[in-house]
Ligand binder design. Structure first.
Ligand code: SF4
Length: 492
């Protein structure tokens, strides 16, 4: 074999038919994956997350070897150290890679002289997103999503939406049914590679996450066959009876590319065309894939590398202990959410947004500390997804570049959409007193503290106006001080 090229595969480019591998040639290419110590031990990563990423990459390397490729799986201090070693072994041959998925990796690889081919791991090329964004006055996801439906010809009849509406959210806001069990989740058996990775990490993995293409495809099939039809109406509900309801659990595989979004969409549209999937479920799920996910990736690149440093609400509180330790709070919603994260590195979008991010925004938690924590603990927390989702959507630290108003809410929302409040020492209806719900107290305190920031925001005027009707505002402000001190001490 005469090696002519080195193909570098980052741990989130694990697809045989996309990225640099689609051009690969067994006779002349050597495939390189680098497991860097900086990646494994540089931060307090959730071990389930590390396990998933590393074991998926090792399985992928193994599958390429079985197919007949020469594969170098290198352990090194950093990615660049690994590439330096392989470049020296192969006498400085050119290194090819699909454009990586973060600004930091893009710069590191560019500086090292890696040649890029276009990143085709999304349905929207970066240049196409820029063309769309350049024409917008504001960057409404909904406008992008409708354009995607037409461009990709999904759930449309000509230029009109199938079913007569672009969005069926009004049907998709059911609270959790009582004692809801639903179908079982898939369990993924562990093999030798998994056990080896688990041992190295000193971790006992769950059976929740697949680490192979075969397992990821089984997860997709399981969602389509057993969960898709009921996904929509319960997609925002939270319950202690059932940890995922009908969520697909596909985001980790989409984000490390064991599955390509086109494969997921193809399966979803095919199932919808059988007539067995209600449109509110089909539309709600398809929007996540062709709308929200593509939009967030597009915005990450469009907004630039400094966007992650935004702190326009001047929020400087250190990360509260309850984010890492469920025993550091009596708030049942937070306790349950953080316990679930500690168990399997995942909760769905509503606890992420309306419990965790909501708490970060109303307590004035520093956006970068919160972002770092979110990156560390979720199985699917790629940089490109977490930066816009946290800085823009979650904590409104960007001055409204992405969202017109913050997702701040009191306990009433959580009470309506979950069964958490029934088992809580606090009362979501109360805003003052020892048993007042901290969300309710801090929501009003946040609006009062930030009222000058929102004075020109007409979408916030009703909420700010509501402050004027609070006869107990002075008492509430005193309770808010107590709550914030208690949260810092881990006593609330
Ligand atoms: Fe959470 Fe408040 Fe409900 Fe307790 S009462 S579970 S703190 S929303």
């Amino acid at each position: 074999m005469q090696v002519l090229r080195i193909i570098y595969i980052p741990f989130d480019h694990l697809h045989r038919q996309f990225g640099a591998l689609k051009l690969a040639d067994k006779k002349h290419d050597v495939i390189v994956l680098v497991e860097s110590a900086r990646m494994t031990s540089g931060r307090k990563w959730h071990k389930e997350r590390l396990f998933f990423l590393i074991s998926s990459a090792r399985h992928f390397a193994q599958e390429l070897r079985t197919e007949g490729f020469t594969v170098e799986y290198i352990k090194a201090a950093t990615t660049i150290d690994g590439l330096t070693a392989v470049a020296s072994k192969y006498n400085g041959l050119p290194i090819i890679c699909a454009q990586p998925s973060s600004f930091t990796q893009m710069k590191q690889l560019q500086d090292f002289g890696v040649e890029f081919i276009e990143n085709d791991f999304f349905l929207t090329p970066r240049s196409l997103f820029t063309q769309w964004a350049d024409k917008q006055k504001n960057f409404l996801m909904e406008s992008f999503y409708r354009a995607q439906r037409i461009r990709l010809s999904i759930l449309v009849e000509g230029n009109e939406p199938a079913g007569g509406a672009w969005n069926f959210d009004k049907d998709n806001r059911l609270p959790p049914p009582k004692k809801y069990e639903g179908p079982n989740y898939l369990k993924h058996a562990r093999d030798e590679i998994d056990l080896e990775v688990a041992k190295e990490l000193d971790h006992t993995p769950t059976t929740t996450w697949a680490t192979t293409r075969k397992g990821a495809l089984a997860q997709l099939r399981n969602f389509i066959d057993n969960h898709f039809a009921e996904f929509g109406p319960l997609e925002d509900a939270m319950t202690t009876d059932n940890w995922a309801l009908h969520h697909s659990l596909l985001s980790p595989y989409l984000n490390n590319n064991l599955l390509h979004p086109s494969e997921v969409i193809h399966a979803a549209v095919k199932a919808f065309n059988t007539g067995n999937i209600p449109i509110e479920s089909a539309e709600g799920f398809i929007r996540q894939i062709i709308g929200w996910r593509e939009y967030v990736n597009g915005m990450y690149w469009f907004l630039g590398s400094d966007y992650r440093n935004n702190n326009q609400l001047a929020a400087n509180r250190k990360l509260l202990p309850l984010f890492r330790d469920p025993d550091a709070t009596q708030m049942n919603c937070v306790k349950q959410t953080v316990s679930d994260i500690n168990s399997r590195a995942w909760v769905h979008h509503i606890p992420r947004l309306m419990v965790l991010s909501n708490l970060a925004v109303i307590t004035g938690t520093n956006p970068q500390e919160f972002l770092d924590w979110m990156r560390e603990v979720f199985i699917d927390a790629s940089e490109w997804v977490m930066v816009p989702n946290v800085i823009g959507m979650g904590v409104h630290a960007d001055g409204g570049q992405m969202m017109t108003k913050p997702y701040a809410a009191g306990g009433a929302y959580i009470s309506r959409m979950s069964n958490y409040c029934k088992g809580c020492v606090y009362n979501p209806k109360l805003r003052v007193g020892d048993t007042a719900c901290p969300f309710t107290t801090l929501y009003w305190d946040f609006l009062d503290r930030q009222k000058e920031s929102f004075v020109k925001n007409h979408r916030m005027s009703q909420q700010i106006f509501g402050l004027k009707r609070l006869s107990d505002l002075p008492e509430l402000k005193l309770r808010a001080v107590e709550v914030l001190e208690g949260l810092e001490k881990g006593e609330i």
